[in-house]
Write a protein that binds this ligand. Structure first.
Ligand SMILES: NC(=O)c1ccc[n+]([C@@H]2O[C@H](COP(=O)([O-])OP(=O)(O)OC[C@H]3O[C@@H](n4cnc5c(N)ncnc54)[C@H](O)[C@@H]3O)[C@@H](O)[C@H]2O)c1
Length: 378
């Protein structure tokens, strides 16, 4: 993975203006740059709950020469057309693949279709961003990574939180040593719905937490245990608890649920010096660093002295320069297509997360047995 520098999306927009053919004034007097044919054409495939956000960001950033929105469902195409009249729409994925001006394709369809569509796009010479998770198995994910390498195309995965200011700041804080040695991370991602039809709650929600935790710790877990239960549809677990085991006694717990009365998005990181809580549902002050900890008396003379002493210090709230993570991600994808640079959330990163999910699924189907994680080779 690359460094955690925030992506300078303003720089990208400036570039798009510089390369343009001069300003255009529309009928309402708004000055716009002319369409820049040197910017890539992009397509967003899948316009359900999430895909329209991609269309909006490509439009707002003006970082694509053409934006094509594709969905099998006419109602979804019409919905996007109403919101963004200048966007072209189509029902045909084949048309997208045949369009030589389309350089980048975003796949925002159900998870079970990711591999097939991404593979077709790469084989057609497109760069591809696949929404999370990259695929439904390690083998499929590895195949996509290999194909992108052979075709020399960008393969990026939609691990959106790796473009969010609180996660980037948290990584910076961990790497500065402020929290000390990391003991454990505990993450809860729960709400009522949205049920996915083709994957369980771990593949849907825990993907986010796994990608965040791997990024924060900058290392991979060696094994995982997972327990879950399905209450509404057989074999589609709607609640799950994963435990990721890392070397050096570091452990991470992830609780995900589609059946919780409250929306919870909270990650707690406990270190030997300080502790950090990241609450993504907070409108402001998403991060809090607690100067709290425990120390043990090294030497003691009486039983009364054999105790821990607890430190209740200050709470610090770091300042964050927040912008929409998807906007950062969108700008990064276009930048990677144009420059050939490696995405922060590249195919290998997607493969690592899928490897953890696959092992977690095996564990869940085997009553929570500890599973070693096999990271696919390309
Ligand atoms: N990064 C994030 O924070 C985030 C958030 C939500 C969803 N997602 C991901 O986005 C993807 C889509 O999720 P969703 O909730 O929007 O799903 P959805 O079911 O609401 O929408 C999927 C859309 O894809 C269309 N579709 C299916 N097959 C197609 C094909 N072959 N060609 C064209 N269109 C096709 C469907 O008609 C539907 O409109 C999933 O991978 C999900 O994990 C990511």
């Amino acid at each position: 993975m690359n460094d955690s520098d925030h992506i300078d999306q303003r720089h990208l927009c400036e570039k798009s203006l510089t390369y343009g053919e001069g300003p255009m004034v529309s009928s309402n007097g708004v000055v716009r740059s002319a369409p820049d044919t040197r910017l890539p054409g992009v397509a967003v495939v899948g316009l359900g709950y999430w895909g329209p956000n991609w269309v909006r960001n490509f439009q707002q950033l003006q970082c694509a020469h053409r934006v094509i929105a594709c969905d099998l469902d006419a109602r979804r195409r019409n919905h996007v057309k109403q919101l963004h009249p200048s966007v072209e729409t189509t029902a045909s994925f084949d048309d997208v693949l045949r369009d030589s001006e389309v350089e980048g394709v975003v796949i925002a369809t159900p998870v079970s279709t990711h591999y097939r569509l991404a593979r077709m796009a790469l084989e057609s010479g497109k760069s591809v961003l696949v929404e999370k998770p990259l695929a439904t198995s390690r083998q499929e994910a590895a195949e996509l990574v290999r194909l992108a390498q052979v075709r020399k195309r960008t393969l990026m995965v939609g691990h959106t939180f790796l473009y969010s200011a609180p996660v980037l700041k948290t990584r910076e804080i961990i790497q500065s040593g402020e929290l000390g040695e990391i003991f454990y991370i505990s993450s809860v991602r729960a709400n009522l719905g949205l049920f996915q039809h083709d994957v369980n709650v771990a593949w849907d929600l825990a993907t986010h937490d796994i990608s965040i935790i791997l990024w924060l710790l900058d290392r991979l877990p060696h094994s995982v245990t997972c327990q879950g239960q399905s209450h509404y549809r057989s074999d589609v677990e709607d609640v799950a608890l994963l435990t990721l085991h890392f070397s050096g006694k570091v452990i991470a717990f992830i609780h995900v649920s589609w059946l919780d009365p409250n929306k919870i998005r909270r990650t707690t990181i406990v270190g030997s010096r300080k502790m950090l809580v990241y609450d993504d549902t907070a409108s402001q002050e998403k991060l809090r660093i607690y100067d709290r900890g425990v120390s043990m008396q090294r030497y003691y003379d009486t039983f009364g002295e054999f105790q821990f002493s607890y430190r209740y210090g200050d709470i610090l709230i770091p300042r964050l320069d927040e912008s929409e993570p998807l906007q950062q991600e969108c700008a990064h994808f276009v930048d990677c297509i144009r420059t050939g640079s490696q995405p922060r959330t590249d195919g290998v990163n997607g493969l690592q997360v899928v490897s953890v999910l696959e092992a977690a699924n095996l564990s869940m189907r085997d009553s929570g047995r500890m599973m070693p994680i096999k990271y696919g080779t390309v």
